[in-house]
Design a protein around this ligand. Structure first.
Ligand code: MLT
Ligand code: MN
Ligand code: ZN
Length: 305
């Protein structure tokens, strides 16, 4: 299985358009320690031809341009994207759908019913797309036996409900419901290897932990380093956990959990907020990650499992 990281930043990207925090200023200024990043999205494929786009970020056009695998050019109008899957209904994971409106057939979108509802009411992207290519909605099952996607052959998928947060335009904001946010296990039939992907992960529930332990690679929530990071910077009044993102440092933080995974599981952080000091490759926090064997995803990163 090939995993191509199209975007590794959290909502807002890096630099964020209106942010002059030291890190956004550094990346804008061309610092050798700070890589620019687009908003989180990955593409997965077993045959490197038929790709599942997991989340459609506002940066999707730039991301498609940056990855020739998604434009095989077999016909006048063509794409390597066989289907799209949405982990949640947040802006940073869904608004790129509008940019795909020229698709020659209804866009096949796999997402949970609750996500479809939010994207048909509070932020009615699906309704808008009905005026263009239309949506071929596929109900995302949370059943443990998982499912296959015909347009992305060779892979098996299992979505599991997890606690993160629904967007502000959802009736479920701050009231998590099963299906608002998912974690995704992707297994390759040929190699037998499994990826666990969860760009939003607010709490380590037993079933999530089990799925992570059963994986060969976990690509998980790297939004904020400390719980009060945004408050301390004066950027927000919300804690990391209240936004549905487990911080990396501190008790019950992501590092503590990743340390407990079986040896051999590859550990990578994604969906990294522009305030997070791990975006500075020369920071002590990045050094700490390296000491714990934890990698930081970057735009264009290729993972083969
Ligand atoms: C999140 O991950 O909490 C959201 O995507 C934040 C946002 O709206 O950018
Ligand atoms: Mn997000
Ligand atoms: Zn910033």
């Amino acid at each position: 299985m090939k995993i191509h990281v199209l975007g590794s930043a959290a909502g807002g990207g890096f630099p964020q358009w209106n942010c002059n925090c030291p890190q956004c200023a550094a990346v804008r200024g061309g610092s050798p320690h700070h890589l620019p990043r687009t908003q989180s999205s990955i593409a997965v494929s077993a045959n490197a031809q038929d790709w599942l786009l997991v989340n459609a970020s506002p940066d999707v056009l730039q991301q498609i341009k940056s990855f020739p695998g998604l434009q095989p050019a077999r016909a006048l109008r063509d794409t390597g994207i066989g289907a799209v899957m949405l982990m949640d209904a947040q802006i940073d994971h869904s608004t790129g759908l509008l940019m795909l409106r020229e698709n020659r057939q209804p866009l096949q979108i796999w997402c949970h019913l609750l996500v479809r509802e939010d994207l048909s009411t509070g932020n009615p992207l699906f309704k808008v797309l009905d005026h263009y290519c239309k949506v071929d909605w596929q109900a995302l099952s949370l059943e443990p036996q998982g499912f296959a996607i015909e347009r992305v052959p060779g892979l098996r998928f299992a979505a599991l409900p997890l606690i993160s947060n629904a967007p502000p335009y959802s009736p479920h904001r701050d009231k998590p419901q099963d299906g608002d946010n998912i974690g995704l296990s992707v297994s390759d039939a040929a190699s037998g290897k499994t990826l666990f992907y969860a760009p939003g992960l607010g709490r380590m529930e037993p079933h999530v932990w089990q799925a992570m332990q059963a994986s060969d690679c976990v690509l998980v929530d790297g939004t904020l380093w400390t719980d009060d990071e945004m408050i301390a910077l004066g950027a927000s009044k919300k804690t990391s956990r209240s936004m549905g993102h487990m911080p990396q440092s501190g008790p019950d933080g992501m590092i503590e959990w990743l340390d407990k995974l079986p040896a051999g599981v590859r550990k990578i952080l994604i969906h990294i907020n522009n305030t997070n000091p791990i975006l500075d490759a020369s920071s002590p926090q990045r050094q700490t990650l390296t000491q714990h064997g934890i990698e930081v995803a970057f735009d264009g990163m290729e993972i083969t499992l």
